[in-house]
Design a protein around this ligand. Sequence first.
Ligand SMILES: Nc1ncnc2c1ncn2[C@@H]1O[C@H](COP(=O)(O)OP(=O)(O)OP(=O)(O)O)[C@@H](O)[C@H]1O
Ligand SMILES: [Mg+2]
Length: 218
Amino acid sequence: MRTILVLNSKGGSGKTTIATNLAGYYADRGSSVALADFDPQGSSIDWLAARGDDRPAIKSVEAFHSGARLPSGVDVTILDAPARTHGEDLGALVRRAQTVVIPVVPSPVDLRAAERFLDELFRVKAVEKGEVKVATIANRAREGSLAATELGEYLEGLKLPSGKKLPFLALIRASVNYLRAAERGLSIFEFAPMATALDREHWAPLTRWLNSPRSLPE
Ligand SMILES: Nc1ncnc2c1ncn2[C@@H]1O[C@H](COP(=O)(O)OP(=O)(O)OP(=O)(O)O)[C@@H](O)[C@H]1O
Ligand SMILES: [Mg+2]
């Protein structure tokens, strides 16, 4: 089973948006998918509740209850992390995943928070040892804006504890399509094909990486 965690300790960086869109992406491709919400706010659960019965089903997991188990027997489980995950909670959550995707929003405040968060994440043993694969994406970027360019340059320059490059995979634009799709429990892969064409293009390097062995621990 494939387990992909969307993680950033900073609130509002787009964890739920990326997690729900990944769940929709895999469901749309015919994979059996579970979406595990580790946030008691339950935003991923709400997204699933809005999803029509005519769509490929995604299993809803209220993972914020203590002792919650991830389902077995699905192809892909997407884990939506809560904000402010630190310390032991961070280690425990990261160990549940093969792959960690970190969305960062272009703003000076978010960039500094990402710096501190990555510092902590890189001290998690599983990450240090390369037992989970980590990558970043820029999210909610206004194309061509100075903030997006600066964030891209920062993420591009990051290194893993091993000294290898930390993959920076995608620059996902700010788009009302995410809100419109989410209202119906849909991902941009399942919604308004013409209007979302550019958004899907932005996602392509991320999904390509996730579908390649490069995103799996050796
Ligand atoms: N690429 C995007 N384009 C437009 N709006 C976006 C985008 N990504 C996220 N948003 C919006 O930004 C807000 C925060 O996003 P989201 O809830 O996904 O972040 P989060 O990291 O899960 O937040 P929290 O830390 O509270 O769980 C939401 O209103 C969401 O719809
Ligand atoms: Mg969230």
